[in-house]
Every structure is written in C-alpha cells, then in structure tokens.
Design a protein around this ligand. Structure first.
Ligand SMILES: Cc1cc2nc3c(=O)[nH]c(=O)nc-3n(C[C@H](O)[C@H](O)[C@H](O)COP(=O)(O)OP(=O)(O)OC[C@H]3O[C@@H](n4cnc5c(N)ncnc54)[C@H](O)[C@@H]3O)c2cc1C
Length: 383
C-alpha cells in the first residue's frame, strides 16, 4: 500500500509517467509516488511500434524530438537498460501534390533547426529502397538519424532509475478520484484509501480524459485503435530497412527482428477502447503493403495486435500545469501517436514545471486553452 501522503502523485506507468517520475527525482523532488492501475507499460506504451523521428511540421515537436533523440542515444548507459535503438532512418513517401508542397516546407524548417534530412526524387528513393513501387510517388524525405527503439524497455529503464532515486511505484493500484478543494488539488483516492499531495500529474494515456474528469477538467483526448502486424522471417528485403511511410494512406513498415512489421491508420474508425484485431482491416494493410513493396506478397503473417492512440483535435498534446484552472494539476496527455518518442523530453519539461514553475522549452502550442482561443496550429506529420 502507498503511504498516505507525498509531494507528487503521478497517475499512469507508461513512458510519460515513468519519465516524469524519474526527472522529478533527478531534479531533487524525491517524495514521488507513481500509481499504475495495471502493470508498467500495459497501456499504449507496450503496444507501440517505437518509432523515433525528427521529421515533424511544427517547431515545438521538432525541438522536443531533437532533445529526446539525444537521450535515446545515451539511454543504455544512463539508464543501464538495453533498448535496441536503431537509427536506420525514416523514409516518407508523397503521392499527393499538397503533401509534397508541405514536405518541402517541413524540410526547410527541419533543416533550419539542424535536423539531418533531405528531399529525394523517386530515382533517389529507388537507390535507398529498390524494393518499392514508385510509379505514383512524387518524392520523399529521408531522415537518416530517425529510427526506433523498444518502448517496453524504455519504460522499464525510466522506472528502474526512478526507483533508484527514491520514487515509489505501485502497480495494480487504480486512482478512482482526485480531491480538489478551493481550486487546489489535495490528493487522490485509491479504492478505500486516500493519498494526499499538493501536486497530481495526469499521464494516463488513452484514459486521460477520465482522469481529467476526476479533477473536474474536460480534456479533448479520445482513444483510437491502431493495428499492427508482423510477418514471419522475411529476407527478400535486405537490411538495413528504413521505416518506410506512405504518407497519404498512413501505411508504414520496418524490420522487426527477422520479419517485417507494418501498420496503417483506419481513417473511418470512430473513437473507442476496442483493441481487438479486425481481420478485414488487416487484409487492407496487406493489400497496401503488396502495392507499395510487391515482394511482400511472399511474406507470411506471424502475429498482430491492436493498441490505442490518444488523439486531440489538432494532433498535438496537452502539456502543462494548473490545467483547467486547478492549482497543482499537471498533464502530459494526447500525444496522438508520437508520445513514445517524446517521453524523454516531456518528462523533463513536466518535472521542470513542477519543481521551478518554468521550462526552457516553448510549450505554448501545447496549452489546453488553445482550443478555446482558436489558436490551433496543429501537427501535419501524423501517422
Ligand atoms: C500501435 C501503436 C503504434 C504506435 N507507434 C508509435 C511510434 O512509432 N512512435 C511514438 O512515439 N509513439 C507511438 N505510439 C504512441 C505511443 O505508444 C504513446 O503516445 C505513448 O506510449 C503514450 O505513453 P503514455 O505514458 O502517455 O500512455 P500509456 O502507455 O497508455 O500509459 C498510461 C498508463 O496509465 C494507466 N492508467 C490509466 N488510468 C489510470 C488510473 N485511473 N489509475 C492508475 N493508472 C491509470 C494505464 O494503465 C496505462 O498504463 C503508438 C501507439 C500504438 C497503439
């Protein structure tokens, strides 16, 4: 059982929660409790495909990912945990004139911020990935430092170091209420007990809106299923394979061990907590795979799963403190499919806000009020 008071309570043991808890402890705030209703990494984190890129359309997302990549590069040493970080590159393909125009703007912005990235003609794409069908491709962008890592291991690495610095982590412990009095957070309820704290952090992933409501705050975050499949060992596509992303249909694939992992967005799917595999939709993913990389016709399916994205109306997260006017209530939610890769920097940002009231990052684009104020920029490079 958790003790009955703490300086900070973090709700949720995915990468956002464990990163925040770790960074709080690193900044000297050691009286931290993390409460996880299931197991660490049992939410979106453990079902993520672990992509890490710096190719975004907005400055704020690019900067957060640049900072996060630096952490992934030194993660194994700093967190004493292997995370299988591979920088085999991200290759975006454009088949639509508007997307191609946006890609050119994005690359100019990314380069101005120091991101290693280049625009490619179809001929140059064929040199990197000769197995692709490119007749309908206008061009692409390639970020050689992009790649992927194992999200479960990253979560465990943050948790290991957080514990070492004194953070108490409780699994199988669901928060069922948040006490707010006089506009201030006072603590949380877990089954029959209460734990008091002046600061409560919502890192509840797809359940973020439910946790927000416990504090009386409406968060525009909804869960959407995303489905993934992995083939049996498949050699005809030679290593290294970049993560290939066919942007218009939101179809992607990369190597996973000896097989190929692939996924696609069902743009007609309504929000829900459904994570079952829909075999009709898997057929659509396979059709798209065989169209884009015809050699994949020979690959056999090995396994598949569904997980949840947490999506906001502008595909950007809500990050900040005193959310909804509630003193002491902090959030890092609604990452719309790019939360794993942003967790190292976002955990630091939240910890800085909690301990000093300020952060070196510009998180104005991520404030909750943007939706009411109509000052929404949004992220275009979403999958
Ligand atoms: C198929 C798929 C592919 C993805 N691919 C990528 C990718 O390539 N790159 C990328 O960056 N991101 C990707 N994502 C998104 C990424 O997984 C998420 O953005 C990230 O894991 C969010 O982490 P989190 O800690 O916010 O949420 P979660 O990992 O969902 O953690 C939230 C935790 O809160 C707990 N919780 C909820 N309510 C309560 C409560 N009341 N009390 C206690 N605990 C509670 C849950 O049990 C859960 O463990 C993908 C997601 C999916 C599903």
């Amino acid at each position: 059982m958790p003790k009955n008071s703490a300086e900070v309570i973090v709700i949720g043991g995915g990468v956002m929660g464990t990163s925040t808890a770790y960074h709080l402890a690193k900044l000297g705030c050691r009286d931290v409790i993390l409460l996880e209703k299931d197991q660490l990494a049992s939410g979106s984190t453990g079902l993520s495909v672990g992509g890490i890129r710096q190719q975004f359309s907005s400055k704020a997302n690019i900067r957060i990912c640049q900072e996060s990549v630096k952490v992934f590069e030194r993660f194994e040493e700093e967190f004493e945990t292997e995370i299988d970080f591979r920088q085999h590159g991200y290759l975006f393909l454009s088949t639509e004139p508007q997307d191609w125009a946006d890609f050119q703007d994005d690359v100019a912005l990314q380069k101005s911020l120091g991101v290693p990235v280049q625009l490619l003609s179809p001929e140059e794409i064929a040199e990197i990935a000769p197995y692709l069908y490119l007749e309908d491709v206008i061009g692409g962008t390639f970020g050689p430092a992009d790649g992927y890592a194992d999200p479960h291991s990253v979560d465990m690495g943050f948790a290991k170091m957080a514990r070492r610095l004194g953070v108490e982590i409780y699994e199988g412990t669901e928060v069922t209420g948040i006490q707010v009095e006089g506009g201030r957070v006072r603590g949380v309820t877990i089954t029959q007990d209460q734990v008091s704290a002046p600061v409560v952090v919502n890192t509840a992933g797809p359940w973020a809106a439910q946790v927000g409501r416990m504090a009386g705050v409406e968060l525009p975050v909804q869960p959407y299923r995303r489905q993934v499949l992995v083939t049996e060992p498949f050699e005809p596509i030679p290593d290294p394979v970049p993560l290939v992303l066919d942007f218009a249909p939101s179809f992607y694939f990369r190597r996973e061990g000896a097989g190929i992992l692939m996924g696609m967005t069902d743009k007609d799917e309504p929000p829900s907590f459904n994570t079952n595999v829909d075999w009709d939709f898997l057929d659509q993913i396979v059709d798209k795979a065989v169209y884009r990389a015809p050699v994949l016709e020979r690959a056999g399916l090995m396994r598949s799963w569904g997980g949840l994205y947490s999506i906001t109306p502008d595909d950007n997260p809500v990050i900040g403190g005193h959310i909804g006017g509630v003193e002491g209530f902090y959030c890092a939610v609604g990452f719309s499919g790019h939360g794993f890769q942003q967790s190292p920097a976002v955990g630091r940002i939240l910890a800085e806000l909690i301990t000093s009231g300020q952060t070196s990052f510009d998180i104005r684009p991520f404030r909750l009020e943007r939706f009411e104020e109509g000052e929404v920029v949004g992220e275009k490079r979403v999958v």
